[in-house]
Design a protein around this ligand. Structure first.
Ligand SMILES: Nc1ncnc2c1ncn2[C@@H]1O[C@H](COP(=O)(O)OP(=O)(O)OP(=O)(O)O)[C@@H](O)[C@H]1O
Ligand SMILES: [Mg+2]
Length: 337
């Protein structure tokens, strides 16, 4: 298990509340997870489960008025007190975001070269313009853009969607961040380009040691990519563990339902959509938030913990399903007794 110093990112019981016209929305509920140095961690869950909010909270980019509780440590540093210049430096250097929509990161009227140079110099003001431009060209080549010299002079609208996502990844990379937060980076792309971008992220992780959080609603995307899988439901973590293990043997009915709904895992079969809808963030939730949609629901689910607890016979695995954890407690009693 990672100690604090081995973690590049650690969220500890992070809650986010937002006041809306219809009442207080509880967007994240006691979310804890960590990303070890050099790890790729997937955040998975249906739309509205809180994946983007968790990533935005790490960069302190939540809507004004959002109230955040709990602690977020990046590279051992508590980010809550960061203000002004130190917050800008943190966002420019340490943790960088790659959004689903590349246009969130790009200025349509500025050349790709200019934007890469600005990104590099924001992270390292001691870089000269020429050095930053060299770095920009090298980085475009690194992310697989052909003829990088010419591309530096192009404008964003002159390149395709897949190439544009590579440019956005390059914008982050010129800053040599330790952490890359990717929010559905491949969702808008066709399947082939999707695979290429994922391959690129894996390469960057392997070759540069960069740690990556990958938020996605699509479990097919992360099966072979992420070391660890954190499954979110209704703003809370429902299950987490090593990706291959969680996928082979989910320990929460919600994870199982998500896997059943993943098209790539059941080629040619009819998909089992998850019936019902997640609760509204305005709803007051007691017990397991998935219970109303769960075919294994029992009375005991009303007393389920909000946060996952260790599944005792499976090291590294955590689940908030009270039936799973009660069962594993009984099996531990049997083996020890
Ligand atoms: N500014 C806001 N005001 C009100 N509600 C919000 C706001 N931002 C997010 N929410 C709500 O918070 C919940 C979580 O949203 P979030 O975008 O984090 O989910 P997500 O898992 O990233 O979903 P998706 O897969 O659709 O991207 C949703 O119910 C959303 O409607
Ligand atoms: Mg999102």
């Amino acid at each position: 298990m990672n100690t604090a110093t081995d973690d590049i990112l650690r969220l500890e019981r992070v809650s986010v509340r937002l006041r809306t016209a219809s009442g207080t929305a509880q967007i994240l509920r006691d979310v804890s997870f960590s990303v070890g140095r050099g790890e790729i961690v997937a955040l998975a869950g249906e739309s509205g489960s809180g994946k983007s909010t968790a990533l935005l909270a790490v960069l302190r980019l939540l809507a004004p008025g959002a109230q955040t509780n709990g602690s977020i440590l990046v590279d051992g540093q508590d980010i809550a007190p960061l203000r002004g210049r130190r917050l800008r430096e943190f966002r420019a250097r340490t943790a960088r975001m790659v959004f689903q929509d590349p246009w969130r990161a790009l200025h349509p009227m500025h050349s790709i070269g200019r934007q890469l140079v600005e990104s590099a110099r924001a992270a390292d003001p001691s870089l000269s313009k020429d050095a930053a431009r060299d770095l920009a060209g090298d980085t475009l080549a690194r992310v697989g853009i052909p003829d990088p010299g010419a591309r530096l002079r192009s404008y964003p609208h002159q390149v395709s969607g897949g190439q544009l996502q590579r440019v956005v990844i390059a914008m982050a990379l010129v800053a040599s961040p330790s952490l890359l937060l990717c929010d559905e980076p491949t969702t808008a792309l066709d399947v082939t380009t999707q695979a290429q971008i994922l391959e690129l992220l894996q390469e960057l992780n392997r070759d540069l040691g960069i740690s990556i959080v990958l938020a996605t609603h699509d479990l097919d995307v992360i099966a072979d990519v992420a070391d660890k899988l954190v499954v979110m439901y209704a703003g809370a973590v429902s299950e987490e563990g090593p990706t291959q293990q969680v996928m082979a043997r989910p320990e929460h009915p919600y994870t199982w339902s998500l896997l059943q709904a993943a098209p790539g895992r059941h080629p040619g079969e009819r998909l089992r959509a998850i019936e019902g809808r997640p609760p509204s963030p305005l709803a007051v939730i007691t017990g397991c938030p998935f219970a109303p949609r769960c075919e294994h629901r029992r009375d005991v689910c009303d007393a389920a913990p909000l946060t996952p607890v260790p599944v005792s016979d499976l090291p590294g695995r955590h689940s908030s399903c009270v039936r799973v954890t009660a069962q594993s407690a009984r099996s531990t009693e049997r083996t020890s007794g």
